[in-house]
Design a protein around this ligand. Structure first.
Ligand SMILES: [Zn+2]
Length: 364
């Protein structure tokens, strides 16, 4: 009997220890479509500001320019550089020797998001058409785990996400494009957003909701429904770069950084989220790195557009700032990293391969 008690006490201690080593209870994932590592780490580019890609050079210089890369990136993305760089980790700074890439060969959106969420850079996913994804994604997997059912939500600007995340099969709530948020229990703020989103001009296009609306939907949803996992997908950076509008590309990135700062501050005021939430921010692909020739483009014909970045802040991630060194991280590793942060091992139902987690994120 004594032995049994001892075993029970030891087991209890072990479980407690395990619970102590894994603090993340919630994960928020954010993507900035086609936002380059060059601006994340170097801030605004002078060749682009002084080119025809910038309409108001004086205003853009005033708002975004400073002498050093370290100053410029802080101006462009204050939340990244005042908070994540201090308390989290940043990957893909090639100027500091860090490399982050997509493992898929295509370097555009659907293949990029498929890779992030399924952990599998499937060569079949060579399309941006709304074809339901045959691969199981990590959100779908989590939605089937105890304690996560109906605690997962997705809000994106680009309307193709119900296909990318196979919403019909997975049953995940995916609100994308200018679709209304439909739930009879939705509060007044969410209902108001349904109303006003149809009153703004579709500046980017009918398939891409403006990012501030996607953010407001996400924020109000978090406040009302308290999800454990939420994915928020922004789109403007890619669209504005394709348009050759560097001024608004920079503005959009800066606004999105502000959204993240606002969200992070809110999470720290709520006991469900405070010190129990990990925020992961990344992109689906890079862009060309010759400023005046191909910064607008990406894809197999655009060299280096598979170069990407990601950033993490949360209670299980040691504050290391910029990650340097010889290793290369790949976006196929992010799905398992998300799962491991929540203490779970992501195995895809159809048995497709899943990339290894990024151990430095997990403090290993
Ligand atoms: Zn694009």
């Amino acid at each position: 009997m004594k032995k049994l008690i001892l075993v029970i006490v030891a087991l209890g201690l072990f479980l407690q220890l395990d619970a102590q080593t894994h603090k993340t209870q919630n994960v928020i994932i954010v993507t900035l479509d086609g936002f380059r590592w060059q601006e994340l780490y170097r801030g605004a580019d002078s060749a682009l500001i002084n080119s025809n890609f910038t309409k108001d050079k004086k205003e853009t210089t005033k708002r975004f320019w400073a002498a050093t890369a370290a100053e410029r990136r802080k101006i462009l993305l204050p939340f990244f550089w005042n908070t994540i760089a201090q308390k989290g980790q940043l990957y893909g700074d090639r100027d500091a020797g860090g490399k982050d890439e997509v493992a898929n060969p295509y370097h555009f959106s659907y293949p990029g998001y498929n890779e992030i969420f399924t952990g599998f850079p499937d060569v079949r996913m060579n399309t941006n058409d709304p074809i339901p994804n045959p691969n199981m994604n990590v959100l779908e997997y989590l939605n089937k785990q105890p304690g996560f059912k109906d605690k997962i939500a997705v809000f994106t600007s680009w309307q193709i996400f119900p296909a990318i995340l196979s919403a019909e099969r997975s049953g995940l709530p995916v609100n994308s494009g200018y679709a209304d948020f439909k739930d009879p229990k939705a509060g007044d703020r969410l209902k108001y957003l349904n109303d006003i989103q149809h009153k703004v001009p579709e500046i980017i296009g009918p398939d891409e909701r403006l990012d501030f609306l996607t953010f407001e939907f996400s924020k109000e949803y978090i406040k009302q429904y308290k999800p454990r996992v939420l994915y928020m997908g922004f789109d403007e950076t890619d669209d504005l770069a394709h348009d050759g509008n560097y001024q608004l590309y920079l503005q959009s990135a800066q606004k999105e950084d502000g959204f993240l700062g606002e969200l992070w501050q809110y999470l720290q005021t709520d006991p469900q989220y405070k010190d129990k939430t990990t925020l992961i921010i990344t992109c689906d692909h890079g862009r060309g790195d010759v400023p005046l020739q191909n910064w607008r483009d990406h894809g197999t014909d655009t060299p280096h557009s598979g170069q990407t970045w990601f950033a993490v802040i949360g209670p299980d991630t040691p504050a290391k700032g910029i990650i340097t060194g010889d290793t290369t991280t790949y976006h196929k590793q992010l799905a398992q990293t998300i799962s491991k942060l929540l203490g779970l091992d992501f195995k895809a139902a159809a048995g497709h391969e899943v990339g290894e987690p990024v151990n430095t994120v997990l403090g290993k």
